[in-house]
Design a protein around this ligand. Structure first.
Ligand SMILES: Nc1nc2c(ncn2[C@@H]2O[C@H](COP(=O)(O)OP(=O)(O)OP(=O)(O)O)[C@@H](O)[C@H]2O)c(=O)[nH]1
Ligand SMILES: [Mg+2]
Length: 315
């Protein structure tokens, strides 16, 4: 008998896996995670070392599920807080199916491609992990297109990349292509790793603390952005649950010294008020509720240098 129906097409296999976003501080790892999720789950500032912990973000496609881990930027770490941040980033490589190493597009003076020791150290860690690695060249929007080829050439021989993909986390340019390449790099799977409604592992309470820290990092300078820790002491949703639509949040801002406390509070409380207003506005968007946000500042002497305090204060 002759089969005359449509030729059956081979179905694309479903793929699912964990992907680490790894790189030097400030290259745009968290901006990419937020872009992929369409939500502000990871705080972003122009300062290096913004992300302090690992953040999960799950992206679902018709034939894939990618579970991304945003990680702290890899840097030469001094002090307990920074060492822990780098350990988290490098340790994540052991738990993923693929790594996306992110660098910034653009060349140095005279069009020279400069690959810093820090970036080389990241690549060495990725090589040691033996995970398939994709090189993502971010910030395409601000780099002259002509500079792309020399950058790709310079990185090509540093590692056996599965692929090299330029993109812009800010504008979204080529991010779809990046997802395609990453989806192809994770294993075939019978089923997704997470139910379809899981977006992140960040609880609303944690996000509230992070939004406050984001504003503190944006509105202070020198060492203060790196000396603050925020803890949510109260996250009261009773009113929201009962239909009133109000979430009451109180958070404690820890700094390392009395002098920092005075700066964070500001003249007549102006700085802390500005931090609270902006964080509240953003939380209201996230939670879809009215937010009452109370902030308090406390000194916890040199907490960033003490392993115990770092463990206690990081989620
Ligand atoms: N022009 C441009 N800026 C970008 C892009 N992606 C990120 N940025 C900016 O780069 C800065 C750092 O972005 P983050 O996403 O916080 O970088 P990160 O790699 O997570 O940094 P750490 O958490 O400190 O390791 C921010 O000011 C972003 O707005 C991009 O595609 N284009
Ligand atoms: Mg980050």
């Amino acid at each position: 008998m002759c089969y005359s129906g449509p030729v059956p097409r081979k179905k694309t296999p479903f793929r699912a896996g964990f992907v680490a976003l790894i790189g030097r501080p400030n290259v745009g790892k968290s901006t990419l995670l937020n872009r992929l999720l369409g939500e502000h789950v990871a705080i972003v500032t122009p300062r290096p070392q913004t992300t302090r912990t690992r953040i999960l973000g799950v992206v679902n496609g018709p034939d894939h599920q990618l579970a991304f881990f945003d990680t702290p930027g890899v840097h030469a770490a001094k002090g307990a807080l920074n060492r822990r941040m780098v350990d988290v980033a490098v340790g994540t490589l052991q738990e993923v199916d693929a790594a996306l190493v992110i660098i910034e597009a653009g060349t140095g003076p005279g069009g020279r491609v400069e690959i810093g020791e820090g970036t080389k150290a990241v690549i060495a860690e990725v090589a040691r992990s033996r995970r398939p690695a994709i090189l993502g060249i971010n910030k395409l929007d601000r780099a002259p297109k002509a500079s792309l080829l020399p950058v790709m050439e310079a990185y090509k021989d540093l590692h056996a990349w599965t692929a090299i993909v330029p993109f812009s986390a800010l504008t979204g340019e080529n991010v779809e292509r990046l997802v395609e390449v990453l989806a192809a790099a994770v294993p075939e799977a019978e089923a997704p790793l997470f139910p379809p409604d899981v977006l992140t592992d960040q609880a609303e309470r944690q996000l509230a603390a992070e939004y406050v820290r984001e504003q503190l990092m944006l509105k202070t300078s020198q060492e203060i952005p790196y000396s603050v820790a925020v803890e949510v002491e109260e996250f009261d949703e009773r009113d929201r649950r009962e239909g009133g639509g109000l979430v009451r949040i109180s958070a404690l801002v820890r700094v390392e010294r009395e002098s920092q406390k005075a700066i964070v509070i500001g003249k007549k409380g102006a700085l802390l008020k500005a931090v609270g207003t902006e964080a509240r506005r953003r939380l209201e968007t996230l939670l879809g509720a009215k937010v009452f946000l109370a902030l308090q500042v406390k000194v916890d002497e040199r907490w960033t240098e003490k392993a115990g305090a770092v463990r206690r204060l990081l989620p």
